[in-house]
Design a protein around this ligand. Structure first.
Ligand SMILES: [Zn+2]
Length: 237
């Protein structure tokens, strides 16, 4: 039987499962363990709890799927997370590379009334400061920056990995959702984008985590699970 409300720990798991789901990655306990940087037994135990509480099911191949209730709760926590991030940057003026961890703390404690007020306060903003849609399900198609050919026009769409260290690195390099430029160089180690007055160079492994709209565009590709680690700083730059 489903509980009224997921616990904070359950919400964290539901959020991460939703990230996998949104990115088109298989919703398996192994990918969940990888994304949360937790051991297989720890994840196994929590997945069992999510199953008992009626938020997920496991199909014959052991893949996870949301129940209706689980999907609703996952969407709600992801939406709150992104809304809080946008509120922190746009209303409180906190730099976008410092809001992810704050949102992690605040997202579990927010009442529906506060959520409505925050939504009103952010005005027309439709995404979190890292490019993810606040109304989940409205995700625009993008390709990994690492795949784009030299000379192509690019617009930074979103960061698929919101590890705080990674966000600091991206901010320092000048890469930011909405920014437009062209692919100036790309080799085995690094990718360089030329913007109007400056250029930004990222390591190839970080460029794997940045989704862009490109013209000409490489074919769509689903990111690798290791690149979607959202809670710790394992992105191998
Ligand atoms: Zn974000």
């Amino acid at each position: 039987m489903a509980h009224e409300h997921a616990t904070d720990a359950e919400e964290e798991y539901l959020q991460t499962i939703f990230w996998l789901h949104e990115a088109g990655l298989p919703m398996t306990a192994a990918n969940l363990a990888r994304a949360m940087q937790l051991s297989a037994p720890t994840v196994h135990e929590m997945v069992g709890r999510l199953e008992r509480d009626g938020y997920v099911r496991r199909d014959a191949t052991k893949r996870l799927e949301f129940t209706d209730d689980g999907l609703e709760q996952a969407r709600a926590i992801v939406r709150r997370h992104r809304l809080i991030e946008r509120f922190l940057t746009d209303v409180l003026g906190i730099p976008w590379d410092e809001v992810h961890e704050e949102a992690e703390r605040l997202e579990h404690a927010m009442s529906p009334v506060l959520e409505q007020r925050m939504l009103a306060a952010i005005g027309d903003a439709k995404t979190c400061p890292h490019g993810h849609p606040i109304e989940v399900g409205e995700r625009l198609p993008g390709v990994p920056l690492a795949d784009v050919e030299v000379g192509a026009k690019v617009r930074i769409l979103r960061f698929e990995n919101e590890a705080e260290d990674l966000l600091h690195y991206l901010k320092d390099s000048g890469v930011e959702p909405g920014r437009e430029g062209s692919l100036a160089a790309s080799d085995d180690d690094e990718v360089t984008i030329a913007f109007d007055s400056a250029s930004s160079t990222l390591t190839r492994s970080v460029a794997e985590t940045v989704s862009v709209v490109a013209d000409p565009s490489p074919p769509p590709r689903i990111a690798l699970p290791e690149q979607l680690v959202i809670t710790k700083d394992r992105y191998g730059r």
